[in-house]
Design a protein. Structure first.
Ligand code: PLP
Length: 396
């Protein structure tokens, strides 16, 4: 059958082939170590899982309100207030099937054909695809390793045109681990105050931050709160990726529009998952803090081991669970004796030669880098990085 022309705008993911190859190799019984996963390796904490089971047993297995059960929206308001000092009413919250659906609905609700959306790069791939599917035009603004992969106000200013409608911020950032301070967010916000430009602030890794709590855009630039859609969810903080619970908080009219879109697409997020998320958001946050301590230990080890490999340079991520090393030197080294000419080639080479799966920077608009998720156990980190060292230098 003939497919929609909308799809022609969406480039196939640079990582699809590697991902398929990694899965095939694992099926064939090869000892693959994967740094590819974008999800915590921990199980969903037992009390949260039990709340899901209780919800099934209590018969909470029917449609819910479109925007989510009121108790969960209230719990989200409470969390945003306790954690970030933000004040929202439950009507300003919509619960979605993962943060991805919250982002999708936000772009659908806010964009008209030709509207420009500024996306600092390296960036999570789905922003571009979702903007394109909403008829918008992604304006990719590069940031540099030297600047900590953060957008600076001058660069933002230079990319604003009369068609700019939104700025997407993602702090802590996937893939770079960059975390903007409140002051840096204020600097960016100052560029938008005299405009009608809105901000989609993806804070899905907000609780996974290593230098103190990470700042939220709406809290840092209160004058912009009425034009900010805050996106978060249960997936990363509570190790609940499969439960599919995300949320958006924002101005009433935008949230109502997003609910309207949801009413014709997914209806409500899973009822059972909503009760599990209610437990996650309402209870003590000690489990999240424990996971964060483990992530920090792994971060310190993986970054230190990566930096000991000639040709690889890795700065310390301040949040999320990804290392994002510069591998230009390793590519140059290998290019003399192999067909490796890019980070994409390097990722393929690592998979084929030492069975280590990584995500090439090309997937995030950042050739010359690899993304390694350290949401895996310490033994896998030690063995996996030893294999990378062997592949790059010939010795373990
Ligand atoms: C930056 C970012 N935003 C949003 C999402 C989507 O989260 P969810 O699984 O809740 O849809 C991800 C997941 O990888 C992500 O990395």
């Amino acid at each position: 059958m003939k497919l929609s022309s909308r799809l022609s705008a969406i480039a196939p993911s640079a990582t699809m082939a590697i991902d398929a190859r990694q899965k095939a190799m694992t099926r064939e019984g090869r000892p693959v170590i994967s740094f590819g996963a974008g999800e915590p390796d921990f199980p969903t904490p037992a009390p949260i899982a039990a709340a899901g089971i209780s919800a099934i047993e209590a018969g909470f297995t029917k449609y819910t309100a479109l925007s989510g059960i009121p108790e969960l929206r209230e719990a989200v308001c409470m969390r945003l207030n306790c954690d970030l000092g933000l004040t929202y009413s439950p009507e300003q919250i919509t619960i979605t099937s993962g943060a991805k659906a919250a982002l999708f609905n936000a772009f659908q609700a806010l964009l008209n054909p030709g509207d420009e959306v500024i996306i600092p790069s390296p960036n999570w791939v789905s922003y571009e695809a979702q903007v394109l599917l909403a008829g918008g035009v992604p304006v990719i603004v590069p940031t540099t390793e030297a600047d900590g992969f953060k957008l600076d106000p001058g660069s933002l200013r230079r990319h604003i045109t009369s068609r700019t409608r939104l700025l997407v911020l993602n702090s802590p950032c996937n893939p770079t681990g960059a975390v903007y301070s409140a002051g840096e967010l204020r600097g960016l916000g100052a560029e938008l105050l005299d405009s009608e430009i809105g901000v989609v602030s993806d804070e899905i890794y907000q609780r996974i931050s290593y230098d103190g709590p990470s700042a939220s855009f709406a809290a840092s630039v209160p004058e912009m709160a009425g034009r900010t859609i805050l996106i978060n969810g249960a997936s990363k903080s509570y190790s609940m990726t499969g439960w599919r619970i995300g949320f958006a908080a924002g101005p009433l009219e935008v949230i109502a529009a997003m609910n309207g879109i949801q009413s014709h697409s997914t209806s409500n997020a899973s009822s059972v998952s909503q009760y599990a998320a209610l437990k996650a958001f309402s209870d003590s946050q000690a489990e999240v803090d424990k996971m964060c301590v483990a992530f920090r230990q792994r971060r310190d080890v993986i970054v230190s081991l990566l930096n000991q490999i000639p040709g690889i340079r890795c700065s310390m991520p301040s949040g999320a669970f990804y290392a994002f090393p510069n591998v230009y030197g390793a590519v140059a080294r290998l290019s003399e004796s192999t067909s490796v000419k890019s980070s994409l080639d390097l990722a393929e080479y690592l998979l084929e030669s030492v069975y280590v799966a990584t995500v090439p920077g090309e997937a995030f608009g950042a050739p010359g880098y690899l993304r390694l998720s350290f949401a895996c156990g310490m033994p896998a980190i030690q063995e996996g990085i030893a294999r990378i060292r062997e592949a790059v230098t010939g010795v373990r």
